[in-house]
Design a protein around this ligand. Structure first.
Ligand code: 5GP
Length: 120
Protein backbone atom coordinates (compact mmCIF):
# COMPACT_ATOMS: atom_id res chain seq x y z
CA UNK A 1 0.00 0.00 0.00
CA UNK A 2 1.29 3.44 -0.90
CA UNK A 3 1.61 6.01 1.84
CA UNK A 4 -0.49 9.16 1.53
CA UNK A 5 1.41 12.06 -0.01
CA UNK A 6 3.06 14.31 2.58
CA UNK A 7 3.19 17.85 1.22
CA UNK A 8 5.87 18.77 3.76
CA UNK A 9 8.46 16.51 2.09
CA UNK A 10 11.62 18.27 0.97
CA UNK A 11 10.95 18.01 -2.76
CA UNK A 12 7.45 19.47 -2.32
CA UNK A 13 9.15 22.40 -0.62
CA UNK A 14 11.60 22.71 -3.52
CA UNK A 15 8.68 22.66 -5.99
CA UNK A 16 6.98 25.46 -4.03
CA UNK A 17 10.22 27.44 -3.92
CA UNK A 18 10.34 27.28 -0.11
CA UNK A 19 13.86 25.90 -0.11
CA UNK A 20 16.49 26.56 -2.77
CA UNK A 21 17.80 24.14 -5.34
CA UNK A 22 20.01 24.39 -8.40
CA UNK A 23 17.48 24.04 -11.23
CA UNK A 24 18.84 22.53 -14.43
CA UNK A 25 15.51 22.08 -16.26
CA UNK A 26 11.86 22.93 -15.76
CA UNK A 27 8.68 22.56 -17.79
CA UNK A 28 4.97 21.95 -17.21
CA UNK A 29 5.53 18.38 -16.05
CA UNK A 30 8.92 18.21 -14.38
CA UNK A 31 11.60 19.99 -12.41
CA UNK A 32 15.23 18.87 -12.49
CA UNK A 33 17.91 20.00 -10.06
CA UNK A 34 21.33 18.93 -8.86
CA UNK A 35 21.47 16.42 -6.03
CA UNK A 36 22.75 18.04 -2.83
CA UNK A 37 25.12 15.10 -2.20
CA UNK A 38 26.27 14.02 -5.67
CA UNK A 39 27.36 10.41 -6.06
CA UNK A 40 28.77 10.94 -9.58
CA UNK A 41 30.27 13.96 -11.39
CA UNK A 42 26.77 14.59 -12.75
CA UNK A 43 23.93 13.69 -10.39
CA UNK A 44 20.59 15.24 -11.28
CA UNK A 45 17.18 14.53 -9.76
CA UNK A 46 14.09 14.80 -11.96
CA UNK A 47 10.73 15.07 -10.23
CA UNK A 48 7.18 15.34 -11.55
CA UNK A 49 5.28 18.51 -10.69
CA UNK A 50 2.34 16.42 -9.49
CA UNK A 51 2.07 15.01 -5.97
CA UNK A 52 3.18 11.38 -6.25
CA UNK A 53 4.94 9.43 -3.53
CA UNK A 54 6.87 7.01 -5.71
CA UNK A 55 7.22 5.33 -9.08
CA UNK A 56 4.51 2.93 -7.95
CA UNK A 57 2.09 5.72 -7.07
CA UNK A 58 2.87 7.68 -10.24
CA UNK A 59 2.60 4.76 -12.64
CA UNK A 60 -0.68 3.63 -11.08
CA UNK A 61 -2.41 6.96 -10.62
CA UNK A 62 -1.03 9.71 -12.86
CA UNK A 63 -2.97 10.74 -15.96
CA UNK A 64 -1.41 9.56 -19.22
CA UNK A 65 -0.41 13.11 -20.20
CA UNK A 66 1.59 13.52 -16.98
CA UNK A 67 3.37 10.20 -17.48
CA UNK A 68 4.21 11.03 -21.07
CA UNK A 69 5.33 14.53 -20.14
CA UNK A 70 7.52 13.28 -17.31
CA UNK A 71 9.16 10.49 -19.28
CA UNK A 72 9.93 12.90 -22.12
CA UNK A 73 11.27 15.44 -19.63
CA UNK A 74 13.75 12.93 -18.17
CA UNK A 75 15.14 12.38 -21.66
CA UNK A 76 15.20 16.10 -22.36
CA UNK A 77 17.14 16.80 -19.16
CA UNK A 78 19.79 14.28 -20.21
CA UNK A 79 20.00 15.71 -23.72
CA UNK A 80 20.16 19.29 -22.43
CA UNK A 81 22.96 18.30 -20.06
CA UNK A 82 24.89 16.78 -22.98
CA UNK A 83 24.84 13.28 -21.55
CA UNK A 84 23.66 11.27 -24.52
CA UNK A 85 27.00 10.60 -26.19
CA UNK A 86 28.77 9.43 -23.05
CA UNK A 87 25.68 7.87 -21.55
CA UNK A 88 23.91 7.95 -18.23
CA UNK A 89 22.12 5.80 -15.66
CA UNK A 90 18.56 6.26 -14.39
CA UNK A 91 17.44 5.09 -10.95
CA UNK A 92 14.17 5.43 -9.08
CA UNK A 93 14.13 4.00 -5.58
CA UNK A 94 10.63 2.93 -4.67
CA UNK A 95 9.41 1.82 -1.30
CA UNK A 96 10.92 0.52 1.89
CA UNK A 97 13.44 -2.05 0.65
CA UNK A 98 14.81 0.44 -1.90
CA UNK A 99 15.95 2.94 0.75
CA UNK A 100 13.82 5.68 -0.83
CA UNK A 101 14.39 8.64 1.48
CA UNK A 102 12.24 11.40 0.04
CA UNK A 103 8.56 10.52 -0.48
CA UNK A 104 8.08 12.42 -3.74
CA UNK A 105 8.91 10.47 -6.90
CA UNK A 106 12.38 11.27 -8.17
CA UNK A 107 14.47 9.80 -10.94
CA UNK A 108 18.22 10.02 -10.39
CA UNK A 109 20.42 10.69 -13.43
CA UNK A 110 24.03 9.61 -12.87
CA UNK A 111 26.71 10.45 -15.45
CA UNK A 112 30.09 12.03 -16.06
CA UNK A 113 32.35 9.04 -15.59
CA UNK A 114 32.28 5.33 -16.36
CA UNK A 115 29.82 4.08 -13.76
CA UNK A 116 30.78 0.44 -13.67
CA UNK A 117 28.35 -2.40 -13.12
CA UNK A 118 25.37 -1.88 -10.86
CA UNK A 119 26.11 -3.18 -7.38
CA UNK A 120 22.56 -4.44 -6.95
P1 5GP B 1 16.52 8.56 -2.48
O1 5GP B 1 17.40 7.87 -1.49
O2 5GP B 1 15.19 8.96 -1.87
O3 5GP B 1 16.36 7.80 -3.77
O4 5GP B 1 17.28 9.87 -2.91
C1 5GP B 1 17.10 11.10 -2.27
C2 5GP B 1 18.16 12.02 -2.82
O5 5GP B 1 17.80 13.36 -2.50
C3 5GP B 1 19.55 11.79 -2.23
O6 5GP B 1 20.47 11.54 -3.28
C4 5GP B 1 19.86 13.10 -1.50
O7 5GP B 1 21.21 13.50 -1.59
C5 5GP B 1 18.94 14.09 -2.20
N1 5GP B 1 18.49 15.20 -1.36
C6 5GP B 1 18.00 15.13 -0.09
N2 5GP B 1 17.66 16.34 0.36
C7 5GP B 1 17.95 17.21 -0.63
C8 5GP B 1 17.82 18.63 -0.76
O8 5GP B 1 17.38 19.34 0.14
N3 5GP B 1 18.23 19.19 -1.93
C9 5GP B 1 18.72 18.43 -2.97
N4 5GP B 1 19.08 19.09 -4.08
N5 5GP B 1 18.85 17.09 -2.88
C10 5GP B 1 18.47 16.49 -1.73
Amino acid sequence: ATLPYDDQNIFAKILRGEIPSKTVFENEFALAFNDIAPQAPTHILVIPKGAYVSWDDFSARAPDAEILGFVRAVGEVARAAGLVTSGYRLLANTGLDSHQEVPHLHVHIFAGQPLGPMLI
